[in-house]
Design a protein around this ligand. Structure first.
Ligand code: SF4
Length: 250
C-alpha cells in the first residue's frame, strides 16, 4: 500500500449520532483497523481488512457498490465531490473515522487538504496517537477524542497517551468522549476531568452511556446523574447516548 491509498471499510452519508456534532449530516469515511481492542467494540472491519470498501452512490440511499482495497484518494474525492455537487449543502462536514484513522496518518496528510476543499473535516479518534496527530492539525476543523476508561473498555492504562493527545488536539475545536457503564468507577471520572482541566476546563466532556447489543443502556439513570455531578468542575458536561442506534441510522 503506498501513501496515496488506504484500506477502508465504507463511505456513506448519515447523521452523526455521538458527541457535540450530534444530529448533523456528515459524509463518513471509515478506515480499517485499530491499535486498541475495546471490549465493547461494535465497529465492522476492525479485525480483517475487507477486500472491498463499500461506497454509497447516492448519499443516504444505501445503494452501495464495492471498490477494491486499498482505495486511492482520487476515487474518494470523486465520490464526495459528486455528493457536494449533486446535493449541495446537505452535509455539514466529513467524519474521518474508524477503527483508528490515525493509523493512516501518512495518507491523511495528502488526503485531508484535498477533501477539505469540499467540506470541513471532523476527526473521530481513540485519542492515543499524538505523534500521528501533530502534522495533521492544520488540516482539521473538529476533533472528537476518547478517553478509554479501563473499567468499561477493558483497555490497559492509557492516561499518559490521552494527556499527550489532548494537548496537541487542543489547538483545534476538540471535545472528549467517555463511554460509561455500570462498572465505571468514580475515580475514573475524576481522573478524566483532572486531565481535561489540566489542558483547558472549557473543553466539553461528553459522557456516553454504553448501548448494549439489544439496544438497552448499560448504566442506571441515577448513576449517570451522579457521574455528571462529579464532573461539574468542567465548564460543559453533556450526557449523550449513541443516538444513531435508536434512529436506525448507520
Ligand atoms: S478504539 Fe474504537 S474502533 Fe478501536 S477497538 Fe476501541 S471501540 Fe473499536
Amino acid at each position: 500500500m503506498n501513501s496515496g491509498s488506504a484500506s477502508m471499510v465504507e463511505c456513506f452519508s448519515s447523521i452523526q449520532g455521538e458527541g457535540v456534532l450530534v444530529g448533523l449530516r456528515q459524509a463518513f469515511l471509515r478506515f480499517s483497523g485499530c491499535n486498541l481492542s475495546c471490549s465493547f467494540c461494535d465497529t465492522p472491519g476492525m479485525t480483517r481488512v475487507p477486500d472491498e470498501c463499500l461506497f454509497e452512490l447516492t448519499p443516504g440511499r444505501r445503494d452501495f457498490f464495492g471498490v477494491p482495497n486499498p482505495v486511492a484518494c482520487d476515487r474518494l474525492f470523486s465520490l464526495i465531490q459528486s455528493w457536494t455537487v449533486g446535493w449541495p449543502g446537505i452535509h455539514h462536514s466529513i467524519s474521518v473515522t474508524g477503527g483508528e484513522p490515525l493509523l493512516y496518518a501518512a495518507q491523511l496528510l495528502e488526503w485531508l487538504p484535498r477533501l477539505r476543499e469540499l467540506l470541513p473535516i471532523y476527526l473521530e479518534t481513540n485519542g492515543t496517537l499524538s505523534d500521528a496527530l501533530s502534522p495533521l492539525i492544520p488540516h482539521l476543523d473538529y476533533i472528537g477524542m476518547d478517553i478509554k476508561l479501563p473499567s468499561a473498555s477493558g483497555c490497559p492504562d492509557l492516561w499518559q497517551e490521552h494527556r499527550a493527545f489532548l494537548k496537541v488536539a487542543s489547538q483545534r475545536s476538540v471535545f472528549v468522549k467517555v463511554v460509561i457503564d455500570q462498572s465505571t468507577e468514580e475515580w475514573e471520572i475524576e481522573r478524566s476531568c483532572a486531565l481535561i482541566a489540566e489542558v483547558d476546563r472549557a473543553i466539553p466532556l461528553i459522557l456516553q452511556p454504553m448501548t448494549l447489543p439489544d439496544g438497552s443502556i448499560a448504566i442506571s439513570p441515577l448513576r449517570t446523574l451522579q457521574f455528571q455531578e462529579l464532573a461539574s468542575g468542567l465548564n460543559e458536561v453533556r450526557v449523550i447516548p449513541q443516538t444513531h442506534k435508536f434512529m436506525g441510522q448507520l
